[in-house]
Design a protein around this ligand. Structure first.
Ligand SMILES: *[C@@H]1O[C@H](CO)[C@@H](O)[C@H](O)[C@H]1NC(C)=O
Ligand SMILES: *[C@@H]1O[C@H](CO)[C@@H](O)[C@H](O)[C@H]1NC(C)=O
Length: 437
């Protein structure tokens, strides 16, 4: 463990001990353990999304947060919402930024498609603000910016016949996001804009989803002009000590899956009024509890204090995390344990049903022939350097591999200087590729 992590874990432990057993949130006493459980497996989901900042009012029973339109229009940009239904019946929302106050010329018509990470939505690309977020910077250059979402996240909780209250609704992982959601969204966008190909940017799981698509349906390689992969996660040949600790803990709990099934926990990390309120009250500047928030981020994602803007915590936590399936986490867990990049393991009988073989299929990353640019963090605890090199070694068409030494996993989306350090490079790359074509 590095010094930063030791310090962060010390702060975390100390804070947990100090806060035990009770925390006072709006006059209600709750134990921190219950709070953490509530945060990970929330039951309520009564968040009201509003479009105007002045409509944000937090009361005990009605927590409001800005929707995508609100986040974008706040800075004078214009947006659209589009809908697509996957072949297995999930209704997805795709967002689009249609205009920037800084771009007056003729739109280039060139499409960039942004795919968010685990528990994220299209909101995650516009949370920090104009002049900072990649989506805004691309719109400033005249790009046609589309932002994808994944089934199960707060924008995509609807299905032709299943309800999120059904267990069946949640039986998916990044495998389905890659084989069903992403191709449906890409086809819709290309069809709508009458383009043949697009630029892709993924953060973390957004890249996992892309790799699943391009290896399972290689015909989609031709539709990707250039894929920029920020902190990509695919091969877990090595995991951080904390992740290893978590894996060992889960392995030591007998019948862990059965316990979760019994409690009907299929959904994780959802956007709920409780989580938003906790984020706004406990992670705000000038609260002693903010240390817990900082420590949690550092522990899992890596520590890079000089790039962390704690003032933005309450805003970020008003739209993130926004939910996914338990199966997605289990799928990552399986790949970490087996150290393979393979499909979800349903067990012997289930695997025959899904893949017509006893074991899960392995994703053949040699089929990913689209040009790929990889940006990774030297300080990233969720996509360790050795795993990035493993990916680099196996992908046949990597055009760029670039390290940001101090960057953690989340820095690719929230670092104070991510715009000048990474995003300006990404835009240069797109322009280079567009000029070549
Ligand atoms: C919650 O707030 C919104 C926006 O202010 C309002 O439209 C809605 O009626 C409120 N809902 C409840 C249950 O109070
Ligand atoms: C930090 O976040 C706050 C709130 O979003 C913002 O006003 C401020 O400019 C940010 N600071 C830096 C250094 O980016």
């Amino acid at each position: 463990m590095t010094m930063g992590m030791k310090f962060a874990s010390f702060v975390f432990m100390l804070t947990v001990v100090l806060l035990e057993p009770k925390l006072n949130v709006h006059g209600q006493s709750i134990s921190i353990r219950k709070m953490i459980l509530n945060f990970i497996f929330p039951k309520d989901s009564d968040v009201v999304r509003v479009r105007k900042p002045e409509d944000i009012k937090t009361t005990m029973n009605n927590v409001t947060t800005l929707d995508f339109f609100g986040l974008v229009e706040k800075y004078g940009y214009t947006a659209e919402e589009h809908y697509v239904t996957t072949e297995d019946g999930y209704h997805l929302v795709i967002h689009r930024i249609t205009g920037s106050p800084l771009f007056k010329g003729q739109q280039t018509g060139k499409v960039v498609f942004l795919q968010t990470g685990l528990f994220g939505t299209s909101d995650c690309w516009v949370l920090i603000g104009a002049g900072k977020d990649l989506a805004f910077l691309l719109a400033d250059k005249g790009y046609d910016v589309w932002l994808g979402n994944a089934r199960g996240s707060s924008y995509c909780r609807s299905h032709v016949k299943l309800s999120p209250r059904n267990k069946e609704f949640w039986q998916f992982s990044f495998h389905e996001m890659g084989t069903r959601d992403l191709p449906a969204m890409i086809d819709y966008v290309l069809d709508y804009t009458k383009q043949k190909s697009l630029h892709f940017v993924g953060i973390s799981m957004g890249n996992t989803v892309l790799f699943v698509l391009l290896s399972m349906k290689p015909e989609y390689n031709a539709k990707i002009k250039l894929a920029v992969c920020l902190a990509p996660a695919a091969f877990y040949t090595e995991v951080s000590p904390l992740v290893q600790y978590t894996i060992n803990m889960i392995r030591s709990i007998r019948n862990f899956q059965e316990i979760l099934d019994f409690n009907e926990i299929y959904e994780v990390g959802s956007l709920t009024s409780t989580n938003i309120m906790m984020g706004r009250t406990l992670c705000a500047d000038n609260t002693i509890t903010q240390a817990v928030c900082v420590a949690s981020v550092f522990l899992f994602s890596g520590a890079n204090p000089s790039q962390l803007n704690t003032t933005a915590f309450p805003e970020i936590l008003s739209n993130y995390p926004a939910g996914s399936s338990r199966q997605t986490l289990v799928h990552y867990y399986q790949n970490m344990v087996t150290k393979k990049f393979q499909a979800y393991d349903y067990g012997y009988i289930g695997n025959y049903k899904h893949y017509k073989q006893a074991t899960p299929i392995t994703y053949d990353v040699k089929k990913i022939t689209a040009p790929v640019a990889i940006f990774y963090g030297g300080n990233d605890l969720l996509a360790l350097k050795s795993t990035i090199f493993e990916l680099y070694k196996r992908l046949p068409n990597v055009v760029l591999l670039e390290e940001q030494k101090s960057f953690t996993h989340l820095d690719f989306i929230i670092a104070i200087d991510v715009n000048t350090l990474v995003y300006s490079r990404v835009i240069e790359l797109f322009q280079e590729f567009d000029n070549k074509a």
